[in-house]
Design a protein around this ligand. Structure first.
Ligand SMILES: [Zn+2]
Ligand SMILES: [Zn+2]
Length: 236
């Protein structure tokens, strides 16, 4: 990682996310500023694998069967990690233990995996269901997007789209039912004609949520919709 990335990530830490020294999420070493000790951080390498350019599932580099059959509403997915240990522990620490310091590490890895130039009008974090956001107190996608926005100097639009329908938790449902569950969940009334948008989320599983959100944005005229996710779950 270049010094300039480190410097800017450090700036984001100074914004307060990692202000309180704490123990490393992975090895419990004390005194880490961003929730991860230096050794664990440098052992977290983004996984390079050939994948479907559209949905990031491992392939020989061509489109996967699912994307060929039913092309998703989004144009491409960039993922920093495959969902496995130890990345799953980082995501869980962020989501379920409100360890916001970890967002800096996750955003940093996403920056490493992403192309150098962003070429988008704004980042759009995937909105959480209202109840879930109230319960958790924050939206992890928004926290990550804020760091990306400040790093690239690209605006973050967190209120452009609303989640109008409270859906069942996607994780509680079998994969086959997730598309139906999320249908009609988002609303957007802004004119997005010609806009290039990068959706931000922590985990991509079936892609049903991203697809539904992208569909909503397309209806408003969005020209290009890419997605940046920290981890890509693979089908079992
Ligand atoms: Zn550690
Ligand atoms: Zn695909």
């Amino acid at each position: 990682m270049s010094n300039s990335i480190l410097k800017r990530i450090n700036n984001c830490l100074r914004l307060g996310l990692g202000a309180i020294p704490q123990s490393c999420v992975l090895c419990a070493a004390l005194g880490c500023r961003d929730g991860l000790c230096r050794a664990c951080n440098s052992s977290l390498t983004t996984i390079a694998y050939t994948h479907c350019p559209r949905c990031a599932l491992p392939t020989d580099g061509n489109l996967c069967g699912a994307c060929l059959k039913t092309p998703p509403e989004f144009d491409s997915v960039t993922a920093a990690f495959i969902y496995a240990f130890p990345t799953d522990a980082l995501i869980q620490s962020l989501k379920y233990h409100a360890n916001l310091a970890i967002t800096c590490v996750l955003a940093e890895k996403l920056i490493e995996a992403a192309p150098g130039s962003v070429g988008a009008d704004f980042f759009l974090p995937v909105p959480l269901a209202r109840e879930k956001q109230r319960e958790r107190g924050f939206n992890q996608a928004h926290e990550i997007a804020k760091i990306l926005g400040s790093y690239y100097g690209v605006p973050v639009e967190a209120n452009l789209c609303g989640r109008v329908r409270n859906t069942l938790s996607q994780t509680s449902l079998p994969w086959s039912e997730r598309t139906k569950n999320i249908r009609g969940a988002f609303s957007c009334t802004h004119d997005l004609t010609g806009k290039k948008i990068i959706l931000v989320d922590d985990v991509l599983t079936t892609g049903a949520t991203l697809n539904e959100l992208a569909k909503t944005l397309r209806k408003q005229g969005a020209a290009e919709i890419r997605a940046w996710v920290v981890v890509r779950t693979l089908p079992m």
